[in-house]
Design a protein around this ligand. Structure first.
Ligand SMILES: C[S@@+](CC[C@H](N)C(=O)[O-])C[C@H]1O[C@@H](n2cnc3c(N)ncnc32)[C@H](O)[C@@H]1O
Length: 244
C-alpha cells in the first residue's frame, strides 16, 4: 500500500497541490495577467462560442484565485450564479471581496477540483483557465468536471503548453507539478478521452508575446519568425446531451 492510500480523499488532494512561488502569486495580480492573459482569453472564448451560451447559466470558475474573472464572466455570460473554487485558502478571502463587485450571486469556496462540493449535473459552464497544467491528477479533475456538468454543458479550457511551462524563465520563477504539462494536441486528446466533444473549430492555439523567448521583440523589429509549437491553447469542450 502506498502512503497516499492512507490519506482521506480531500486531504490527499491538498497534499498533491503545488503552491505557487511568491513571484507567481504576485504575477497573478498584475495588469499583464489581467489584460493580456485572462481578459484576452475570455474575449476569445466569447468569439469562439458565437452565442452558444444563452439564458442565465450557472458558472463554475475552477481555480478562481482572487476572483479576477468574476467581473468578466458576468459581463460576457450574464450568469445566474458564479461559483468560484480554489485550493489556496489564502486567496479565497480576496475572491470574496471581488464577488462583492458583481450584480449576480457569487459563491466562493476553498476546495479542490478533485472533489467538488457540487451535485451531479448542476453546472452549465465551467471556466477552467490556466488550471489543468497545475494539476498532478488531471484525469481526476476532468472526471469531476464531467460529473458536475449538465448534459450539453461546456468547459472553457485555457491552458499553457509544455513548450512554455518548461521554458527556463517559467521554471525559474513559477512552481508547477513536474512532467504533467502537455502539448496543445495532447490537451485536446486528454479532454476527449473523458467523453467530451471538442470540434476542430472550437480549438484556438497561439504564441502570445508574453510566452515567447524574446517577449515578441523580434516580431516588433520586423525580423523573420521561425514557425514554432503553440505555447497556449483555448478549447471549448462539450458534455454530450443525454440523447447523444
Ligand atoms: C495560474 S492560477 C489561475 C487563476 C485563474 N483561473 C486565472 O486565470 O486568473 C491557478 C489557480 O489554480 C489553483 N489551484 C491549483 N490546484 C487546484 C486544485 N486542485 N483545485 C482548485 N484550485 C487549484 C491555484 O491555487 C491558483 O489560484
Amino acid at each position: 500500500m502506498n502512503s497516499m492510500d492512507l490519506i482521506p480523499k480531500k486531504q490527499a488532494s491538498e497534499q498533491e497541490w503545488v503552491p505557487e512561488s511568491r513571484f507567481g502569486r504576485w504575477f497573478l495580480t498584475t495588469n499583464i495577467w489581467f489584460e493580456y492573459v485572462l481578459s484576452e482569453a475570455v474575449v476569445d472564448f466569447k468569439q469562439l462560442l458565437n452565442n452558444r451560451v444563452s439564458g442565465t447559466p450557472q458558472i463554475l470558475d475552477a481555480g478562481c484565485h482572487q476572483g479576477l474573472a468574476f467581473d468578466l464572466l458576468e459581463k460576457y455570460f450574464e450568469p445566474k450564479t458564479i461559483i468560484g473554487v480554489d485550493v489556496d485558502k489564502g486567496v479565497v478571502s480576496l475572491a470574496r471581496e471581488a464577488a462583492k463587485r458583481c450584480q449576480c450571486e457569487v459563491k466562493c469556496e476553498n476546495g479542490t477540483v478533485y472533489d467538488l462540493d457540487l451535485p451531479d449535473s448542476s453546472i452549465d459552464v465551467i471556466f477552467s483557465h490556466q488550471l489543468i497544467h497545475h494539476l498532478s491528477d488531471q484525469d481526476r479533475a476532468l472526471e469531476e468536471y464531467y460529473r458536475v456538468l449538465t448534459p450539453g454543458g461546456i468547459i472553457l479550457i485555457g491552458e499553457s503548453c509544455r513548450s512554455f511551462i518548461h521554458s527556463l524563465p517559467v521554471r525559474l520563477l513559477f512552481r508547477h507539478p513536474l512532467y504533467v504539462q502537455k502539448s496543445a494536441d495532447e490537451y485536446v486528446e486528454l479532454v476527449k478521452s473523458h467523453g467530451f466533444t471538442v470540434d476542430d473549430e472550437d480549438i484556438k492555439t497561439s504564441r502570445p508575446w508574453w510566452s515567447r523567448h524574446d517577449y515578441g521583440l523580434t516580431e516588433l523589429l520586423g525580423l523573420p519568425q521561425k514557425k514554432r509549437e503553440p505555447t497556449e491553447v483555448l478549447m471549448i469542450a462539450r458534455k454530450p446531451e443525454l440523447n447523444g
